[in-house]
Design a protein around this ligand. Sequence first.
Ligand code: MG
Length: 276
Amino acid sequence: MTRNDFLKVSAAAALASAAPAQDKQPNPDLGFTDTPMLPGMPWHVHDPARPHPKVVVPGNAPGAPPSDAIVLFDGTGLSKWQQRGRGENQGKLIEPTWKLGDGYFEVAGNSGDLVTRDKFGDCQLHVEWASPAPPHGNSQSRGNSGVILMSRFEIQVLDAWENPTYADGQTAAIYGQWPPLVNPARRPGEWNTYDIVFEAPRLTGDQVTKPAFVTVIYNGVVVHHHKEILGPMVYRQVAHYTAQPAEAPLLLQDHHDPVRYRNIWIRRLGGYDQAE
Ligand code: MG
């Protein structure tokens, strides 16, 4: 069905719903009410009353933000971000001091983590990043940064090209918990993509009613598939949940290395069958 066909059908449905009930004519294009009920749902199979998903215009190129995305970085500025201060600014949020380049920004080592001004829970996130070239250092000291969901759950950013380190700390690991399923690394200096689908944890106080789950596609390759997260990222410990807010800023980690980022966008994820 083309977009125009869809709009015509939608308009016809609106007219039909506004007409008196006795005037309704069965229209198999719009569904059926003589079909069985779907298990546990208020809908018939092919129910004409079931809400239609809202229209989203996809990005005009692979990786480009769709119409309902919140663009966190389009290459021009860091207005959507703040920075966690260090030194005399410890405990404060300050204006970002990370280096802005031509269409990208770069971690300013030892200056502090970057956090979004907005807070997010369930989301779809697109991030592009590049390791420093030429590479410098080894293991966790080579191109380390991190995409940290809710400022708590780290998807590791590291130079993954011929850089041995512990598996649950390598690039795209759920840090300290799960290595990626495979390692589709590009060379230092080349741009990588993370496409992440994240389900925030649900807690009552510090009691978990539903843990967080994450799906990560790294350079077009699935490296985590709806994987349960044990708790917020920790080093040399077993992660566990404590009380946390329902939404929290996305964080990019300053781990001292000049990792570059570009084209960052995020979509809040809602449920099925939202009202039209
Ligand atoms: Mg890291």
